[in-house]
Write a protein that binds this ligand. Structure first.
Ligand code: ADP
Length: 319
């Protein structure tokens, strides 16, 4: 392998830049030419491809977003679209591709691999919803963003003795809500992995009030329902004065934490090692702080597993 490409795709996540940097530098370190593909699969199809140098990825390790930009591309879901992408790569002599993104991007990488073009997936999403890896790049940063926001909301909730519903991202996964809820000491965490039980939420809130709690924070994962909808249901059930905060896209931005920079650097470099070893159709991940790689297609067939021990603990500590 002499030339490889790298792209970022789907929802952006803090730490994607650190992963791009790792792919470019690790590739150049091993005498490869590395090409950056702009705007994800859209740029692949339209040929927005540029050779990267060591300096092209200078001064980006601490920056959120992605210098390669990201996109969603319907055309890539068609075989013709993917063939156009492969032609763009072959025309430039690129022989392998690192795809940094979420599970949708992984499906694209798998489909390209099936067309005979080797791809390696690097998990980049704040949702932490990719099977086969305990953590995804961006999750830790988003988690810290949410915790910071909830700590602030707690101050005002406490002053006014209010109940706050905080809606957090995560698509269909409850990881961000759960980890943020536990770390920020939320009274209740509502995640898609467990059906909403309004009666039990109500009795927890009442119990808290009875023992003199001045405020309550309820974290609701977007995969359950919107924060406003949830607050309305809660008010109907309890008559508590409830306010809503929808954190929204701020969760996707910001300078990556050390944890995400480390993860991105290690995973990006490992992806290049796999391509050099001729191993396409793989995804990289982390388990018990060890790097792992596994079959893309197998991983895509597995459901994402939330850590239920953490969920149980969150209930035990928020009595
Ligand atoms: P994420 O990677 O964050 O999950 P998306 O689900 O939007 O984000 O996927 C990103 C892009 O990956 C899509 O816009 C599309 O171009 C490509 N993609 C998604 N699913 C497939 C698929 N089944 N086959 C080919 N490409 C896909």
């Amino acid at each position: 392998m002499k030339r490889i490409g790298v792209l970022t795709s789907g929802g952006d996540a803090p730490g994607m830049n650190a992963a791009v940097r790792a792919v470019v530098r690790k590739g150049i370190y091993h005498d490869l030419e590395v090409y950056g593909i702009y705007q994800g699969y859209h740029g692949l199809i339209t040929g927005q491809i540029e050779k990267m140098e060591v300096g092209s990825v200078g001064d980006i390790i601490h920056r959120g977003g992605t210098i390669l930009r990201s996109a969603r591309c319907k055309e890539f879901k068609t075989k013709e679209g993917r063939q156009k992408g492969v032609e763009q790569l072959r025309k430039r002599g690129i022989e392998g591709l690192v795809v940094i993104g979420g599970d949708g991007s992984y499906r694209g990488a798998q489909a390209l691999t099936e067309l005979g073009f080797p791809c390696v997936g690097v998990p980049g999403t704040i949702d932490n919803d990719i099977p086969g890896t305990e953590f995804t790049i961006g999750f830790d940063t988003a988690l810290n963003t949410v915790i910071d926001a909830v700590d602030k909301i707690r101050d005002t909730a406490s002053s006014h003795e209010r109940t706050f519903v905080v809606e957090v991202m995560g698509r269909n996964a409850g990881d961000l809500a759960l980890w943020a809820g536990l770390s920020a000491g939320a009274e209740t965490i509502v995640i898609p992995e467990d059906p909403v039980d309004m009666e039990s939420i109500k009795s927890r809130l009442i119990k808290g009030h009875e023992r003199g709690k001045k405020h309550s924070i309820i974290i609701v994962a977007e995969g359950v329902m919107g924060g406003n909808e949830f607050a309305q249901k809660l008010e109907e059930a309890t008559n508590f004065d409830t306010r809503v905060s929808v954190l929204g896209h701020m969760q996707r931005g910001g300078s990556p934490t050390a944890v995400d920079r480390m993860l991105a650097s290690r995973l990006g470099a490992r992806a290049v090692e796999l391509l050099i070893a001729g191993k396409g159709g793989r995804a990289v991940g982390i388990k018990r702080n060890q790097l792992v790689d596994y079959d893309l297609a197998e991983a895509l067939a597995l459901p994402h597993q939330l850590d239920l021990d953490i969920y149980r603990l969150s209930k035990e500590l928020s009595i």
